[in-house]
Design a protein around this ligand. Sequence first.
Ligand code: HEC
Length: 400
Amino acid sequence: MAVEPFRDFRSAQGQVLNARLIGVKGDQIAIQTRDGKTHVLSVFILSLPDQIYVRQAAQRGDLMPKPTTPARPNTPVTPPGSNTPNPTTPAPNPAQPLAPVATGPATIDFTKHVLPIFKASCTECHKAPYEKNNRTIKPKAGLRLDSFEATMKGSTDGQVVKPGKPDDSILLELVALEPDDSDIMPPKGDPLTAEQIETIRKWIAEGARSSVTAAAPTGPVGQNPNEAGPKISPLDTLAATAKVRPLSPDAIAIASKNGAQVIPLAEKHPFVRMEFVSIAGSISDSEIGRIIPTIRFNLTQLDLSKTQVTNKGMLNVGKCRNLTHLNLRDTQIGDEGLAGLRNLENLWYLNLLNTKVTNRGLSTLAEIKSLQEVYLWQSDVTASGVQELRAALPNTKILF
Ligand code: HEC
């Protein structure tokens, strides 16, 4: 397969990045910008049309993981065109090897292995502000290294640790400088030992996780480091646990008769994505009601944005118990509609941008503990409502 051309990738939030797709692995993609730099990110950061583009390009290039391909920890993203994933296949630009995607089991635990190093050599200058002689002493460079969250938050200049990318992590760079370099950290006292530096390097390479059991934070490059990055999709777990039959030809026929486009998400499981992109404006509860019964267990991603669906239609959507992604952007959906979704226990991404949802509806969302990303811009919720939701779902990325 030819290398994918350069194009504008749009994030779900509307940011644009001109790049080309060079690899897909599970839910992670590698794209290359014109400066030759490679970025690995979660496909779900992308706008929905771009997610489809990626899925289709992946299928064209036979990039979807085969059931026979064992998941290999820390193998690079497979470049398009190579049918057998081969960790040594060079990236299109040999000077910029693909960053490995940290999906394997981690061995370095932040609290157990990394924090003690910081406490011994760093927190004297990089800890929470404190009072001394009636003066407030602030952490140097605004950087606190006394907890996982603070470390990931970074300094006044931004991230100091880039998960999965030790070579791009300034923290590692500074501790690994020559002892006589004036920028070395710590600036005085003994430099870190080679073993300590290796521990930090390995921790970052493994995805800079809070603990060995936590998922790697696979945040997009350049996003607000205060926000937790999108996490690993639950699809694989779902595929393993939910016994779902392949979608029947009847179901596909009914869906397409009612204007839906059904896109398989992978070869290895029967889950699909459904959307109405070009004719969304003419889709109402009745089409949804006709399609859902035959497809509901296979449906994991549903894009109803810009359709005419109403709160009542959400009762049908609420029956799709394997739904992980639901886009209701630019619809009339309000609090009553959300109430119909409360049993979706695999729901991971929910887009409510420009909907009629108010604070009352947020109490329904607070019950959906699986939620990892919720978009609430231009809805009728208020800051205090969002604050309560954040308290109820502390690990969820809530964009408001
Ligand atoms: C004696 C005080 C002191 C100690 C101990 C210390 N630092 Fe620093 N650190 C500083 C100062 C001061 C700066 C700001 C330097 C500058 O802006 O040029 C800084 C800056 C940094 C930065 C750069 C932040 C940025 O974004 O520019 C990092 C990363 C860092 N330190 C990590 C560490 C680590 C890791 C350790 C322990 C191994 C450590 N520091 C120990 C004083 C200290």
